[in-house]
Write a protein that binds this ligand. Structure first.
Ligand SMILES: [Fe+2]
Length: 300
């Protein structure tokens, strides 16, 4: 099963690529934005890229994609394509401009491991879980509970208040750089949503990005002891931020990677165009519990 992308949207995306190839950058960006308003997953961008790469070698796409992004079609999938096009063009500096882990990845504790809300959250998040792993989602063999921000729960409200403060502080600390396509695409107002994820020995997330937000993050609530084994070769339950293996990019292309060891109370924040994945715990019957969340553009 795959997520359905309407065939007519793919055809419209190909038309947008045709406009871009003709030098009609503003018209191409406007059409892409109209398609995005219909299908915010932006999965249809594959049709756009398919047509471009049918006409031109990948090494020549960067100026076109940069022009499209600069014309207003800036979102996690177009930024991912922009960095890819920069690397295909042999320009790692341009790729790193939007993929810079040193500059944009934040890993810090929200609080200590003895925070009194942690056991309350673990109990809250262990209830009402849905078995949720459709193949078009990134989660495999795990449990997910959506829209925690809508749940009437005092401990979840406290959690969201803390996460909102931390995420907005992160946004405020980001540099101002009008030449950076990611930073320039910052929304004016943010909404926050989140979902719980319970992982057992077999659960993992395949490499993915968050196509409908600007920033996303994870907050670790419960972490089994196996995760603390820093010497384990299989990095059980760890988070990897970096290009998916099938991209074939390395640091030499401008794409770094970072492995993050979960700890109770730890928060990871990143731009939503950063690909990331998790490793299964692989052993034991204890569970890792976390909250994934997104800061998205909110129209007031
Ligand atoms: Fe994610």
């Amino acid at each position: 099963m795959t997520a359905t992308v309407q065939p007519d949207l793919v055809e419209q995306a190909k038309h947008a690529a045709f406009l871009l190839l003709q030098g009609q950058v503003d018209a191409a960006a406007a059409l892409c934005c109209r398609i995005q308003a219909i299908d915010g997953s932006v999965r249809w961008l594959s049709g756009f890229t398919e047509l471009l790469t049918w006409v031109l070698p990948k090494s020549q796409l960067y100026p076109l994609i940069r022009a499209l992004v600069d014309a207003g079609f800036a979102n996690p999938r177009s930024l991912d394509l922009l960095a890819s096009a920069a690397s295909w063009a042999g320009n790692p500096q341009a790729a790193r401009q939007v993929m810079d882990l040193e500059r944009f990845l934040a890993v810090a504790p929200l609080h200590g491991p003895d925070d009194p809300d942690l056991p309350l959250l673990a109990a809250e998040l262990s209830g009402d879980m849905l078995d949720y792993h459709p193949e078009y989602r990134s989660i495999r063999r795990g449990w997910r509970r959506k829209h925690l921000e809508q749940v009437d729960s005092a401990v979840l409200r406290r959690m969201f208040d803390r996460l909102r403060r931390m995420a907005l502080d992160y946004v405020e600390r980001l540099p101002v750089d009008p030449d950076n396509p990611f930073l320039r695409s910052r929304p004016s107002n943010f909404g926050l949503l989140g979902w719980g994820v319970v992982a057992d020995a077999n659960t993992h997330l395949v490499s993915h990005l968050h196509s409908q937000s600007w920033i996303n993050g994870v907050y670790y609530v419960a972490v089994p002891p196996v995760v603390a084994d820093a010497d384990a070769v299989d990095k059980p339950g760890w988070l990897r931020v970096g290009p998916a293996a099938d991209y074939g990019f390395t640091a030499a292309d401008g794409w770094d990677e970072r492995w993050i060891q979960p700890q109770p109370g730890l928060v990871v924040l990143m731009p939503s165009h950063f690909s990331h994945e998790t490793r299964p715990l692989n052993r034991g019957d204890e569970r890792r519990i976390c909250v994934a969340f997104e800061l998205y553009s909110q129209v007031l």
